[in-house]
Write a protein that binds this ligand. Structure first.
Ligand SMILES: [Zn+2]
Length: 309
């Protein structure tokens, strides 16, 4: 860290001080069967949790009820148990998830955060359709069309966006130290409440991490910009704990044909492989080989050489 960043950021000193105890999480979305990319993320989380003696929380993001299915929730537990991937807190099975941990149970917390943003004038209502946005910017970036429209945020069917015109001094704690980051162009005015009134992913994720006391976040590199948006949101909400969290963005698993794994990639779902008779060792070997680790891996610990030293 340079001295100039220390001068600019009052939190700089505390950012580099590690918390007394780390708590990380795995946060799958039950909108498809878990695939090898999810397993890689969970395994790296487990490995880093061991290295830092962190507790692992299982957090299932089921806000998008249109895409959530009970068999996908069950698949999360089946996959974690089959691959012997550990977690210490959170639901143990689908029933305890539904009864205690589904995101609807935390709706008052999301609403409270949204009200706070609205009352402080940080969120504004937007009625733009995807087509409206594309007409103003061909790349589909939102350029703030509704900023001065003063639409009534209480009106149903409107999304709420964050007013991101004020650049916040953002620092990201990484395994290599604290780095200064800025909200990327394509994250400007990101949505915090969806048109259906439900919290958007960025908001529920930050609120949930605060609720569960998470201070160490492991996720794919594809979520790097999303992390910066969340740091910005945490700054606006005054959520210091989230801003002090440690982040690690891991490399993504790429298929031999160069494409990224997705939930529609049936043949890479763990459920498919399990039904084909593959063992956990075979699943981790498949992941390891694709990332350049030769030979057979016994279990998730075999992926440890992917981690930075
Ligand atoms: Zn708009």
């Amino acid at each position: 860290m340079t001295s100039s960043t220390e001068e600019q950021t009052p939190h700089a000193a505390s950012l580099t001080r590690p918390p007394l105890r780390y708590k990380t999480r795995i946060a799958p979305t039950p909108s498809g069967f878990l695939h090898l990319g999810n397993v890689l993320s969970f395994a790296l989380t487990a490995l880093l949790a061991e290295r830092y003696q962190a507790t692992i929380v299982l957090r299932i993001d089921d806000m998008d009820q249109q895409r959530v299915r009970p068999e996908y929730v069950q698949d999360i537990f089946d996959t974690l148990n089959f691959l012997e991937l550990p977690w210490h807190e959170g639901p143990r099975d689908a029933a305890s998830f539904a009864g205690e941990y589904a995101q609807r149970h935390r709706m008052p917390l999301y609403r409270q955060a949204l009200e706070q943003l609205k009352d402080r004038g940080k969120a504004f209502a937007c009625n733009c359709s995807r087509k409206d946005i594309l007409q103003l910017d061909i790349s589909g970036r939102y350029t703030g069309a509704c900023l001065d429209r003063n639409l009534d945020p209480g009106q149903p069917g409107l999304s709420w966006r964050l007013d991101t015109r004020k650049p916040e001094p953002l620092m990201m704690n990484t395994l290599q130290g604290a780095v200064a980051v800025a909200l990327p162009e394509d994250q400007q005015y990101f949505v915090v409440r969806k048109k259906d009134g439900c919290p958007a992913y960025q908001l529920s994720s930050v609120v949930d991490d605060a609720h569960f006391g998470i201070n160490f976040i492991v996720r794919g590199q594809d979520l790097y910009a999303s992390t910066i948006a969340q740091l910005y949101l945490a700054c606006v909400l005054g959520n210091d704990a989230f801003q002090r969290s440690l982040f690690y963005h891991h490399p993504l698993l790429i298929l031999p044909d160069g494409s990224k794994l997705s939930k529609s990639a049936g043949a890479t779902s763990v459920r498919y492989l399990r039904r084909e008779g593959k063992t956990p060792s075979a699943v981790f070997t498949l992941i390891g080989n694709q990332l350049g680790i030769p030979g057979a891996l016994k279990d998730w610990r075999g992926l440890s050489m992917l981690l930075p030293t």
